[in-house]
Design a protein around this ligand. Structure first.
Ligand code: ADP
Ligand code: MG
Length: 237
């Protein structure tokens, strides 16, 4: 992201955002509510447009529309707080649909790949069920499998555990930790500081639309520089 600016009306939500995420890197974005974290994520797969600046994925500027945009959205996997699964499709169909429609994968191949992914996230035995028959933690793991099925270049997670009951948070974070270790490029908005310490290569702290600090997790959590980061950490730790 180069000098990215974004307004909602009079509200300046992204202020000159410069951010590079390298291949294989895990970047955790933290900051107070309303600081622009979700908007930042959403601009990366063009769920939000930007006013000025530039966003490149794997060296290519974001396409505006059409097939190229569908392809970009396949390359940039996104997992939301509210799992956003297709309610009337089975778990398996949720995972195979994108690869068949967007990637042009054959049904058999898509199914085999989907079952591998469902096994990887620990819900293969739920493949025939509808999302509503699963727990929140299981649904979120299906959402991760669905994004992975598109073979994305980068995965964005926007508070993936915030809507979960406490006992289900770790089963999702464990999947994300495994994904991080496997070398996936990830941008993760989360309040789970344990995950940030364990999995992040870098912590990006946002406040009021700005990136205020960027540090390795150890340095950030033990020696935050800015008063804003100190204040935020004081409230949540
Ligand atoms: P965060 O994810 O850090 O909580 P957001 O990116 O969701 O922050 O929001 C940043 C600011 O932009 C907030 O003040 C929010 O109310 C505002 N905002 C977000 N989406 C919209 C929208 N679609 N229209 C108008 N304002 C929005
Ligand atoms: Mg948000």
């Amino acid at each position: 992201m180069r000098a990215v600016e974004k307004h909602f009306g009079d509200l300046h939500v992204l202020k000159t955002i410069n951010l590079t995420v390298h291949r294989g890197e895990v970047v955790v974005v933290i900051g107070p509510s309303g600081s622009g974290k979700s908007t930042l994520c959403r601009t990366i797969n063009r769920l939000e447009t930007i006013d000025s600046g530039e966003i490149l994925v794997d060296g290519t500027p974001l396409p505006e529309e059409g097939k190229a945009l569908a392809k970009l959205r396949a390359d940039v996997g996104m997992v939301f707080q509210s799992f956003n699964l297709f309610a009337h499709k089975s778990v398996l169909d949720n995972v195979t649909l994108g690869p068949i429609k967007v990637r042009g994968m054959k049904s058999k191949e898509a199914k085999d790949h989907a079952m591998d992914l469902l096994r990887r996230v620990g819900v293969a035995d739920q493949a025939a069920k509808l999302p509503a028959q699963l727990s929140g933690g299981q649904q979120q793991r299906v959402a991760i499998a669905r994004a992975l099925a598109m073979q994305p270049k980068v995965m964005l997670f926007d508070e993936p555990t915030s809507a979960l009951d406490p006992e289900m948070i770790n089963e999702v974070l464990d999947v994300m930790t495994e994904l991080a270790r496997s070398g996936m490029t990830m941008v993760v908005v989360t309040h789970e500081m344990g995950f940030a310490r364990r999995a992040a290569d870098r912590v990006v702290f946002m406040d009021q639309g700005e990136i205020v600090e960027e540090k390795d997790p150890e340095t950030f959590f033990t020696a935050p520089e800015s008063d804003r980061a100190k204040d935020f950490l004081g409230k949540i730790l």
